[in-house]
Design a protein around this ligand. Structure first.
Ligand SMILES: [Ca+2]
Ligand SMILES: [Ca+2]
Length: 473
């Protein structure tokens, strides 16, 4: 199991409203993801640190500002030896929003409800980060009027944020060397802080502690609310921002070893040998691959099949999986219950193909109404006809299987209790077709053939026809 996606949790989360921050688990409407560093996607909901306390609350409930600060520390290259010592971690990989929250707790930095008591405390923990100021963006007051056609076809004029002006102001602050953590409103009107990564055109890119979507206006259509923190870091911010590459995350299932797929009639399903594995591209663009596992023991791979061993035909085995970020992958495999062995015949004008092998291909002949045959093994719908001079595979799926046939009197081929002209007619047809049909395919079933061998010499021929004529007269 891939470490990161296995541990992250994003699901339906009830909004928690606090004085510090309110957030909702806003998943982007589209399934697009962005190639980005993992720390840029740090979520306050992450179970690795979500339960870290912040006074009376937790990172999960109220840690949007702490998470934004942690991302800013990483993005500005400010996690140096001094910071790691203050935060009581050995290496940079150990740093995360929970570590920063614990740092604030250690210095008594949280007030009631988890608010950060002093702006300057960040410098005590991460000396390379310098507190600048807290202020309001002027541009968010600039609105422009836009006219849109609503669902009823009416033109509606409304005021919206002037994204061009906001982008220009944010860009100018970044160009002056400031890292920004800015406030947005959630859909419920609650406060929420996000880290501003950069500006491209009118778009503002962010790291949102509640979403992996970096496009600010996609997640927060009302845009920035004005208030922001300006900070300096060890490295200056990139004033020429390149938006992250967009891609489609996916997961797929590979069947490493298929299960038994062809079953004899009546045989129970057996998936025990089936080995599968998952692979894909995750929410930050990393290709990943799981170790192969037995399908029947796989924890995150589901399967289902409707399988009825006493009905010949094809059955679909469905195998599917879903990741924590809702990438969905599936595959199917056809399981075949072969036709039962035994005797088959064709009625009602039906026709059936005969092939040279169980693989099918071009038929070697087509048999029609009245033909009967016995198959000794079946692969799927094809049954093996084997005699001294002929071998072939007939499609028995359209033929009628002879379940039982009673013993009959010599001469009473049709088994109606009389030896008469109807039996004679059947024998005539048999003898007429006999030479054109290969050995093993006949116009009479086994029991009928037995009754037709009136002189009991082991073959049905003209001598039996003469004997039958004599019996009728
Ligand atoms: Ca009869
Ligand atoms: Ca005979």
């Amino acid at each position: 199991m891939h470490g990161i996606i296995g541990k992250r949790i994003i699901g339906t989360v009830t909004a928690v409203l606090t004085a510090v921050c309110a957030m909702t688990a806003a998943l982007p409407a589209s399934r697009a993801a962005y190639k980005q560093e993992e720390y840029l996607t740090w979520s306050q909901l992450d179970e690795r640190w979500g339960q870290t306390p912040m006074d009376s609350t937790t990172v999960r409930s109220s840690g949007c500002l702490i998470t934004s600060l942690a991302i800013m520390i990483m993005d500005s290259g400010s996690l140096d030896d001094a910071a790691m010592k203050n935060l009581k971690i050995e290496k940079a990989e150990d740093f995360n929003p929970g570590v920063l929250a614990n740092g604030y707790t250690d210095i008594g930095g949280f007030g009631s409800g988890g608010y950060i008591k002093s702006w300057l405390d960040i410098q005590k923990l991460v000396p390379s980060v310098k507190w600048g100021y807290d202020s309001n963006l002027k541009s968010v007051e600039s609105k422009i009027k836009v006219t849109e056609t609503n669902a009823d076809g009416e033109e509606v004029t409304k005021e919206v944020v002037d994204k061009t002006k906001v982008a220009a102001e944010v860009q100018s602050l970044i160009s002056k060397g400031w890292y920004l953590i800015a406030r947005v409103n959630t859909a419920y009107g609650g406060w929420h802080w996000v880290y501003i990564r950069g500006v491209s055109g009118d778009d503002i890119y962010m790291s949102d502690p509640a979403s992996t979507n970096p496009l600010l206006y996609e997640v927060y259509p009302d845009g920035l609310q004005g208030e922001y923190w300006a900070l300096n870091g060890k490295n200056p911010p990139r004033s020429d921002y390149t938006p992250p590459e967009q891609f489609q995350p996916y997961v797929e299932i590979e069947i490493v070893t298929p299960p038994k797929t062809v079953y004899n009639y009546g045989e129970e399903i057996d998936l025990s040998a089936c080995v599968v594995k998952r692979k894909g591209k995750n929410y930050i663009g990393d290709e990943w691959e799981d170790e192969p596992v037995l399908l029947t023991e796989a924890e995150n791979i589901e399967h289902s099949v409707y399988f009825e061993p006493n009905y010949a035909g094809d059955y679909t085995l469905s195998i599917w999986t879903e990741t924590d970020y809702y990438e969905y992958g599936s595959t199917t495999l056809t399981l075949t219950v072969s036709q039962p062995v035994g005797e088959y015949y064709l009625t009602n004008g039906c026709k059936s193909a005969v092939y040279s092998s169980e693989l099918g291909g071009d038929p070697i002949m087509t048999i029609g109404d009245g033909c009967a045959l016995t198959v000794t093994e079946c692969v799927g719908k094809l049954g093996h006809i084997k005699s001294d001079t002929f071998t072939g595979w007939a499609d028995v799926s359209r033929m009628t299987r002879l379940i039982s046939s009673s013993q009959r009197e010599k001469g009473d081929i049709d088994n109606d209790g009389y030896v008469d002209k109807y039996d004679l007619a059947q024998l005539n047809i048999y003898l007429k077709e006999k030479d054109s049909l290969p050995d093993g395919i006949s116009m009479l079933t086994a029991a009928e053939t037995e009754a037709a061998d009136i002189n009991s010499d082991g073959k049905v021929d003209e001598a039996d026809l003469v004997a039958l004529l004599e019996a009728i007269q």
